[in-house]
Design a protein around this ligand. Structure first.
Ligand code: C2E
Ligand code: CA
Ligand code: CA
Length: 821
């Protein structure tokens, strides 16, 4: 108990508790009398001058007991400096808002702590202090309760399945519960306005909030898109506007994560859109096929108005003519709860159409409640499949059977042929088709093939199969042929039918065709071997000069085998020096003297006959052996020419003509190769003439022109051999860098008595003259031929009349005689 220094009581009126109280101080008085607070008035020395009656209730002392006590003595030592501090401040006129928390040193009613407010109020000349003491225990208890409730609240707030946040009036989030943070993918307890926009799409919120007043109703059901770390989530937001204690407004956010629901809705919408736009028919029907849902395609197909409501009262769907057995099968499957898949015919506007169907039942027990159908029109697919099927077995240009179909039909025919029935296979090959194609254009070439195809089809009809086998090869299969003779007749008939004059746009052509035929001989043959035999026969016919029919026989097979033997023989022939060159002289018709010769190759196998080039040159060409053989020919011909000039003297300017095969000409390096061969042999290139068959040039016109130009640059002369057998157009002829046209012997032999050939030769001579080319007639066999070609203006003649191809010795002797013609 602190010492009490007695002082005189204050005499001033306004705070005399006993006196009349002016009405203006009544509220203050009421306050001071409040039992919860004890009020003291202290003088300028901070000693208690007056205490309110409530001191007794609050502090447990009588008011007069405090009188004269220094204020600080009332408090426990720890609080005293704070009180003294506050007294000083108050006396200096500064008002502190927060009360001091202090314990008392005097007896009291048991409160542990008091809130002490000290306010100074000036009276006339003096500065008095009003001190209020309030029991703090209830406040502290309330504080504790508040803290507890706050923790409880925080726990609740953090654990509710909602995102909860508080947004201040500037748009910053000043509070976020754990769930909200998780939704936004943030860790911070605070989000600045600028960051908010990156985390969620506020467009709709701002939209709805536009008209929101402070005490408006809450806004709910705003779907907001969140984008935590690039993922998209959806929240259903409720906004509650709030007003803070200081009058500032804020917004309370409650957010439910509805991502799964939104996704499901989006999926469903997408699915619905998909179904509506699908060209498949999608239906949900009652067990009686009354539609409950039909997508747009299904409504269109079944004629259900697009705006009709499908409430189960509509008419049942008509599934067209599905067979009774199928109906039963479907019903059974659906009853068993099994999905049925298959093909159905549905009756649409265009009649019955094929559909692939998937029917899915929705059953309860053995009762079908509903079923769904997905129906796809497979009409086009079926047509397409048929088309593919057809295309795989037919030639696109002529629409004839192709090899595959031919093989199948042939196999079937061979399998079903009776004992006395033969199957005949005719192989037809158009002569010179490549040339026609090249010179007249592919369009006309195609026309020719089409015309040929139609002619063959007309002739064969239902008796057999016409197939296109290769570019210009047709195969006809006829399955009931009595004998080899009738097969040969058939083949010849077909061959003739596609030969002869053919009219094409702007040109007429004289076509020829080569045929080969083979028949099955009863023993088991397969389609491949009979086709191979017919092919061998046509090959044989080609070797025999085309434009003919050859029947397959053991001899043909033998020769086919021979070709293989020839090829292997040829390989050794070069090494064993079995080739010989023969020379056929040529006459210069101006002077009538021999002017040179053409080198023609022969093959002399030891002890065998002398074999002509027709027998082996084609084989050498196809095997590529013609290249080394050709080199040998050039060397040999050049050296012969040198020995002739050495022996006959330089005053006889002799030419040597050497044949070049297409295979040689096609080599990109041919010019260089020829140059080194010529240099090596030491002959003057101007006396060498290379002969190239017309048809060879037509295979690849541009390359031919290029290569010929390079050869020409070596200084040699170039001759176009067998002119008239190909189809050189005049345009090409002008572009070839040639010097000589050699008229084919088929136009020359017998020309004296053949006015048609004479007319042809005349025009060729005129053409040659117009182009500045020299003209050689080959195959001059009679004096009549010679006179005729001389009269027509040919420059040079070659043929049996002058001499057959001679050995080099014989040829030189003839040149030495220097006969005149
Ligand atoms: P080609 O270049 O048209 O040669 C002319 C052919 O006609 C020669 O046949 C010749 O013997 C023959 N002949 C010449 N005058 C007459 C005649 O008055 N009447 C008849 N009926 N025929 C006559 P050969 O020697 O059998 O040569 C045939 C073909 O072989 C030659 O036709 C030529 O294309 C080719 N050939 C010959 N030697 C060679 C060669 O060294 N290299 C190349 N690549 N082919 C050659
Ligand atoms: Ca020739
Ligand atoms: Ca010739």
């Amino acid at each position: 108990m602190p010492t009490r220094r007695k002082r005189d009581p204050i005499q001033t009126a306004p705070i005399d508790p006993g006196g009349e109280r002016p009405s203006t101080v009544a509220p203050l008085w009421r306050y001071l009398a409040d039992v919860e607070a004890a009020a003291l008035v202290c003088d300028e020395h901070a000693e208690v001058q007056w205490s309110s009656p409530s001191v007794h209730e609050v502090l447990g002392v009588r008011p007069d007991e405090l009188h004269g006590l220094p204020l600080t003595d009332l408090f426990a030592e720890t609080a005293q400096p704070h009180i003294a501090d506050r007294v000083r401040l108050a006396q200096q006129g500064s008002t502190q808002r927060t009360p001091i928390s202090a314990s008392l040193a005097i007896d009291h009613a048991g409160a542990a702590s008091f809130d002490v407010d000290i306010v100074a109020f000036p009276t006339d000349g003096r500065r008095l202090l009003l001190v209020t003491l309030r029991d703090a225990s209830s406040r502290l208890a309330a504080g504790r309760a508040l803290a507890e409730s706050e923790t409880r609240f925080r726990n609740v707030v953090n654990n509710v399945p909602y995102g909860i946040g508080i947004e201040d009036q500037d748009g910053n989030f000043v509070f976020l519960n754990a769930r909200f943070k998780e939704m936004l993918g943030v860790q911070a307890n605070y989000i600045l306005r600028d960051e908010v926009a990156d985390l969620m799409d506020l467009a709709e919120v701002n939209d709805r909030r536009g008209g929101l007043q402070r005490d408006d109703e809450p806004i709910d059901d705003i779907t907001v898109r969140f984008t935590p770390e690039g993922e998209t989530r959806f929240g259903l937001v409720t906004l509650l506007p709030q007003e803070g204690a200081g009058g500032e407004s804020s917004t309370f956010w409650a957010v439910a994560d509805v991502t799964a629901r939104v996704r499901a809705e989006q999926d469903q919408a997408r699915l619905h859109r998909l179904m509506e736009t699908s060209s498949d028919l999608v239906l949900v029907m009652t067990h009686r096929s009354v539609p409950l849902y039909a997508n747009r395609a299904a409504r269109n197909f079944f004629g259900i108005p697009l705006d009709a409501t499908l409430d189960g009262e509509a008419e049942a769907i008509e599934f067209g003519t599905v067979g009774a057995a199928q109906v039963e099968e479907i019903a059974e499957s659906l009853r068993d709860g099994r999905i049925w898949e298959g093909e159905l015919l549905l009756l649409g506007y265009d009649g019955l159409e094929p559909f692939s169907a998937t029917l899915v039942p929705d059953t309860s027990g053995h009762r079908v409640l509903r079923y769904s159908a997905v129906l796809r029109n497979i009409g086009e697919r079926k047509a397409f499949e048929q088309r593919l099927e057809w295309e795989a077995r037919h030639d696109p240009l002529t629409q004839l059977a192709n090899r595959l179909l031919l093989g199948e039909r042939l196999d079937r025919a061979l399998a079903t042929a009776g004992p006395d029935q033969h199957v005949a296979v005719v192989f037809l090959d158009l002569d010179n088709f490549r040339m026609i194609n090249e010179s007249l254009g592919h369009r006309r070439g195609d026309r020719l093939l089409l015309q040929t195809a139609r002619t063959l089809e007309e002739l064969v009809g239902n008796e057999g199969v016409v197939a296109r086998f290769g570019a210009d090869e047709f195969v006809v299969m006829v399955d009931r042929v009595r004998s080899e003779e009738s097969a040969a007749e058939l083949a010849e008939g077909l061959r003739q039918a596609v030969s002869g004059r053919v009219e094409l746009p702007e040109v007429d052509l004289l076509m020829s065709c080569t045929a080969g035929v083979a028949i099955s001989d009863g023993a088991d043959v397969d389609s491949a071997s009979i086709i191979r035999d017919a092919n061998a026969a046509v090959h044989e016919a080609k070797l025999r000069g085309r434009d003919r029919t050859e029947v397959f026989s053991s001899a043909v097979r033998q020769r086919a085998l021979d070709r293989v033997t020839v090829e292997s023989g040829l390989r050794g022939a070069l090494r064993s020096s079995e080739f010989r060159l023969f020379y056929q002289p040529k006459v210069d018709l101006d002077s009538g003297r021999l002017a040179g010769a053409e080198a023609l190759i022969r093959w002399q196998q030891p002890g065998g006959p002398l074999v002509g080039p027709d027998e082996f040159v084609p084989i050498a060409e196809s095997s590529g052996l013609i290249v080394p053989i050709g080199e040998w020919v050039i060397r040999e011909a050049c050296s012969t020419l040198r020995s002739w000039t050495e022996q006959l003297g330089d005053d006889r300017p002799l030419h040597m003509a050497i044949n070049l095969s297409g295979r040689q000409l096609a080599r990109p390096t041919i010019a260089t190769e020829l140059r080194s061969l010529l240099e090596e042999s030491g002959v003057d290139p101007t006396v060498i003439e290379f002969e190239i068959t017309e048809s060879v040039l037509l295979d690849d016109v541009e390359r031919s022109i290029r290569n010929l130009g390079q050869i020409k640059d070596l200084g040699v002369r170039l001759a176009l051999d067998d002119f008239g057998t190909g189809y050189s157009s005049l345009t090409y002829l002008r572009r070839y860098p040639i010097d000589v046209i050699k008229i084919d012997r088929s136009f020359v032999s017998g020309i004296g008595s053949d006015p048609e050939n004479a007319a042809i030769v005349r025009s060729v001579v005129e053409l040659a003259q117009a182009l500045g080319l020299s003209c050689v007639a080959e195959g001059v066999e009679t004096a009549g031929d010679l006179a005729a070609i001389r009269a027509l203006g040919c420059d040079v003649a070659q043929g049996y009349l002058i001499a057959k191809p001679l050995s080099d010795g014989d040829a030189m002797r003839l040149l030495g005689y220097d006969p005149r013609y």
